[in-house]
Write a protein of this length. Structure first.
Length: 211
């Protein structure tokens, strides 16, 4: 997993860098990839004119791409570490409190090729979104809202059904009322699932799924 080490930086800076780096080293030894901002920007405050807000924004950017946080003892006295902790909670990122550290994930150990390819495809999707959004602008979706988005999703789904030879008569039977509210799965979760299954389809075609 990709782990972010969060803890106090200001105050006894050298001691705090050493404490965070020690935790990062233990995580590396355990087999994880680690982001340790204490070491990454050690003593930058002496050399560069970067605001606290800029550092925090960058740290949250990194956290959003991580699989877990490990909090260094003393983190509760740090305003930045508290905000990082809250952000990870908001995103549902698992949080550990050193000396408790995450074990290697079972899926990453049993299917390393699958996990590596999944991460790479997610990155490709994000960069494609950046490029295409620059061409189309947000108005491409905002103009038609969710109706336009659902139409695009269905168009892609129907194309897949056609290309894979799946036949259908109707997905909505006459006389069957649609629920006013989802009962078992949020609409946001459905969108997330469709994105995940799309990645899985690419992995399957690349012969990476389950490997």
């Amino acid at each position: 997993m990709l782990i972010y080490v969060a803890g106090k930086y200001t105050g006894d800076v050298d001691s705090n860098i050493e404490a965070a780096s020690r935790v990062a080293g233990i995580l590396w030894e355990a087999g994880h990839a680690v982001i340790c901002p204490h070491a990454n920007t050690a003593h930058f405050e002496k050399k560069w004119d970067v605001s606290w807000e800029q550092y925090l924004e960058g740290d949250l950017n990194m956290i959003s791409r991580c699989d877990a946080l490990v909090m260094v003892p003393g983190w509760k006295t740090s305003r930045g570490a508290n905000l990082e902790h809250a952000y990870a909670e908001q995103l549902g990122i698992p949080i550990f409190y050193y000396p408790d550290i995450p074990a290697l994930h079972k899926t990453e150990t049993t299917s390393p090729e699958q996990c590596k390819a999944f991460r790479e495809i997610v990155g490709q999707m994000y960069r494609t979104h950046l490029r295409k959004n620059a061409d189309y602008s947000p108005a491409n979706i905002l103009a038609t809202g969710e109706v336009g988005l659902v139409t695009r999703l269905w168009d892609k789904t129907a194309r897949l059904m056609s290309l894979t030879g799946i036949k259908f008569k109707s997905l909505i039977h006459e006389g069957v009322a649609l629920p006013e509210k989802p009962q078992n799965e949020a609409i946001d979760d459905t969108y997330m699932d469709l994105a995940v299954y799309a990645i899985i389809g690419v992995l399957l075609r690349k012969d990476k799924w389950g490997k």
